[in-house]
Ligand binder design. Structure first.
Ligand code: RIB
Length: 308
């Protein structure tokens, strides 16, 4: 058994092939893009990198394919000091792939082909039981099959680990998962999918809070955050920055939030830190590579406070 980590992520891995273009092409149209780049990504992986850069010892559990993409992930994990002993090489599927499309205003939309991520089993999670039980915080997301996610959350809950769910991409969340979750962090799109037909985001967040029965933090990009705890909602403004690429901003938020909770912050302080780190991340390209270090984030927060 490897050394216990403060934070464990049931992680998805997607190799991102990123296209930048003025807009999305219409059906049947060929459009000339302006840039292309590749990045190691996937929501869980990006969150793990954010957590490690925030200073929490971090472990990942998941599956990569038997291909050169996997080698790049292994190298990146090693360089970030992330424990990857819970990552298996899947013999039958390739590493997951992401196709993010970045518009020139920095907004993005993404198609994922999860491949090896869909082969993650409850058995994989059981094999990482000690990592989950000994962590302060467990991060789970929905790029991994639901049975594995549910099992991980149940193990975390039984051990007193704080369980944070990023319900992305949207899937209906079964009650047995909600029973084991402490904080839910959707973005505004997932909020609308989880609570259809409620146009006002604060009302939708309050309705979702009723459903999930735990703390809720909705990330709304440049509109800031909606935080709902014990039946009452408040908003936290976003930091004003020049957005270059919003890929992974939500992951930066989730990973930093989880890490600061694991390091002992109360929820409000963890939210303020994660809000600043996510703002900084959109000023740079890529998902994981754009996540700032703890020193950069602290400098940014201090600079903003001094300017008030
Ligand atoms: O949240 C951004 C991530 O979502 C990308 O890295 C992409 O791979 C998808 O998983």
């Amino acid at each position: 058994m490897s050394t216990p980590s403060q934070l464990c992520v049931i992680a998805s891995f997607m190799y991102d092939l990123v296209v930048t273009a003025p807009r999305r092409p219409e059906p049947g149209e060929t459009l000339v893009g302006t840039d292309f780049a590749t990045f190691v990504g996937g929501k869980g992986f990006n969150q793990a990198v954010a957590a490690a850069r925030t200073g929490a010892t971090t472990a990942v559990v998941g599956r990569l394919g038997k291909d050169p993409f996997a080698e790049e992930f292994r190298e990146f994990l090693l360089a970030e000091g992330i424990d990857d002993s819970g990552v298996r090489i899947d013999p039958e599927h390739g590493t997951g792939v992401g196709l993010p499309y970045v518009q020139e205003d920095g907004q993005n939309s993404i198609t994922i082909v999860p491949r090896a991520n869909l082969a993650v089993t409850e058995g994989d999670v059981e094999a990482a039981r000690e990592q989950i039980e000994q962590a302060e915080v467990l991060l789970v997301g929905l790029e991994i099959p639901m049975p594995a996610v549910v099992r991980a959350a149940q193990l975390g809950r039984a051990a007193g680990t704080t369980v944070v769910l990023n319900p992305a991409p949207f899937h209906p969340v079964p009650p047995e998962l909600l029973d084991s979750v402490d904080i839910v962090v959707p973005n505004e799109v997932e909020l609308r999918q989880m609570v259809p037909g409620v146009p006002d985001p604060t009302e939708a967040a309050l309705a979702l809070h009723d459903q999930v029965g735990c703390a809720l933090v909705v990330t709304c990009g440049s509109q800031g955050l909606i935080v709902v705890e014990r039946g009452s909602a408040r908003t936290v403004p976003a930091h004003r920055v020049e957005a270059v690429d919003t890929i992974g901003a939500g992951d930066a938020f989730c990973g930093c939030l989880g890490a600061r909770l694991a390091l002992g912050d109360p929820l409000d302080e963890a939210i303020d830190y994660a809000n600043a780190a996510a703002a900084l991340s959109v000023t740079r390209s890529g998902g994981a590579p754009s996540v700032p270090s703890a020193a950069e984030t602290t400098r940014f927060i201090d600079g903003r406070s001094a300017a008030l």
